[in-house]
Each structure stands twice: as C-alpha cells, then as structure tokens.
Design a protein around this ligand. Structure first.
Ligand code: G3P
Ligand code: CA
Length: 281
C-alpha cells in the first residue's frame, strides 16, 4: 500500500531494534535503511561533554556502572556499549562482536570497527549527519536538563553553532530540532537560538494542553502513541492550533496505520526499515 501523506520517518536512538541504541552502528544502519531523520538523547559528562545516552546510568547499555554525569568522557570511552545487544546471553558478557555490528551495515561506512560500539558524542553524530551524502535531519532530546541549570542547552547551542546548524540556510527547513519533556529547557533553547524548531514531548496531556495549545513558542507537538490510541482526535486539535505532530515510539504496524489515518507529520520508531516499507518507500 502507498500512502499520499509524506510522513517523516525518524530512527529512534538509531535503528535501535537491530543495533545497540545510540551507537554509531545504530545510526549508520538507520541511514542505510533510508531514515529521514535520527533521534538521540543527550547528557552531560562530568567534564562537560555531551554524549548520546538515554539512561541516567550506563548500567543497562554498557559493560560499566555508574551515572553519566559522574564520569568523564575518557572513562565512558573505555566502555563497550554494544555487547548487551549483540552478544547472545545478554548484557555485559564478553566483548562486543564488532563483526556482527559491521555486518548489519550495507554501506562501507568509514568507521573503525571499535568506534561502532563506543560511546557516541553529540559532536560525532553531528559530523555524521552533516557529512552523509544526503539530507538527514536530527532530533535531539535534552535529558534531565533542569538539573544542570542550562548547561546542557548552552553546550548544545555552542556545538550546533560550530556546525552552522542553529539557523536554517535561506528559507530551508532546519536540519536539527530540539525536543524535551521540559518546557523550560525548550524556552532556554529558543532564547539562545530562536530559529531552531522545538518539540514539546508529552507522555500524557495536561488539562491546559487539551485544546491543542502548547507552551508558548513551541513549534511541534511530540505526543506518545499511547495518547493517540486513547484520543485520536488530539492530532486534529494540535494541527488546528498550528503545531506539527511527531509521534513516538511507533513500532507496530497497527500503530503506523493509525498515524497515517490521523495525518501525523513524523513517526519516531526503533524500526525505520519496516515503517518505511509499510509506507511504500
Ligand atoms: O522521541 C521521544 C522519545 O524518545 C521520548 O522517550 O524515553 O525514549 O527518550 P524516551
Ligand atoms: Ca528520546
């Protein structure tokens, strides 16, 4: 089946069903798969570097233990963020099979094998999206930003400015957008970089947002798929209020169908290849 509405397909933490989330392997696989955009979560290390890690601690996705915020980048760089996913028997056993990660990729991507499973800095990910041969957008989520009193956003804007990504070139759509569950974080981003689109993520709908209006200045709504299953009419209300709608995390074919029927603007998924093929692409 082919669908008329052009829906952007966003690889959540990379092609994270096939490859270990937030690794270079997962993002290269998503690009190979044809994803329109990549999603990542960012956290600050003890020495002020932004790294792509979802959880507060590294325990689930690496062979190390401890909070990202308590570790320096050099400590994180020692860890293996791949073996929990690719080694039979589960997390932390043995070393990453770099051959397994390499074999996931169609391309001859120029990444040393070891880099495929190491901690990924936001800087490296920005290098990837700006140098990948076709347009790939990036949706960056600030994790627990309030704890850091603006440091996450400040470092983020500094890095984006370095790559020339805080302002879209002449009338084009921005290649990068910033997402957060925290409206304060998004406000801080908009103050520093007013032309960067912001996405307000929602796990549930607060009474003040029921009519589709979101915190001032927010461009895009980011409801969870659960919200839409329970309340499909919400997409139309968000659209009427002038917001585009980017939905997470949509992995099941029935949910993809629902998103298509409701006319959402982007689907954030762990399975970019499957979703693209369901959309006839
Ligand atoms: O894309 C938004 C989604 O990633 C938010 O949830 O927990 O996966 O970061 P989480
Ligand atoms: Ca996220």
């Amino acid at each position: 089946m082919t669908y008329e509405h052009a829906i952007q397909v966003v690889a959540h933490r990379g092609a994270s069903e096939d490859a270990p989330e937030h690794t270079l392997a997962a993002y290269l696989k998503a690009i190979d798969d044809g994803a329109d955009a990549l999603e990542c979560d960012i956290r600050l290390t003890a020495d002020g570097q932004l790294v792509c890690v979802h959880d507060r601690r590294v325990n689930r996705t690496s062979n190390g233990r401890g909070a990202v915020s308590a570790m320096e980048l050099a400590d994180l760089a020692e860890l293996d963020f791949g073996s929990w996913k690719v080694t039979p028997g589960g997390r932390g056993h043995g070393r990453t099979s770099d051959d397994s990660l390499r074999s996931l990729l169609d391309s001859d991507a120029e990444a040393p094998d070891l880099e495929l499973s190491r901690v990924l800095t936001l800087e490296r990910l920005l290098e990837l999206v700006t140098d990948t041969g076709r347009r790939v957008e990036l949706a960056i989520e600030t994790k627990h930003p309030t704890r850091w009193a603006g440091q996450v956003e400040d470092r983020l804007i500094e890095l984006l400015a370095h790559f020339g990504l805080t302002k879209p070139a002449g009338g084009e759509r921005s290649q990068v957008r910033v997402m957060s569950f925290s409206s304060r974080s998004l406000r801080r981003v908009r103050t520093a970089a007013p032309e960067l689109p912001t996405v307000f993520l929602m796990q549930y709908v607060l009474p003040r947002h029921r009519d589709g209006r979101l915190p001032g200045g927010v461009h895009i709504a980011g409801p969870s798929i659960r919200i839409l299953r329970a309340n499909p009419g919400y997409v139309a209300r968000l659209h009427r209020a002038g917001h585009r709608v980017h939905v997470w995390t949509v992995n099941e074919p029935g949910d993809v169908e629902l998103c298509v029927r409701l006319g959402v603007d982007a689907i954030i998924t762990n399975r970019p290849r499957q979703v693209l093929s369901q959309l006839g692409r």
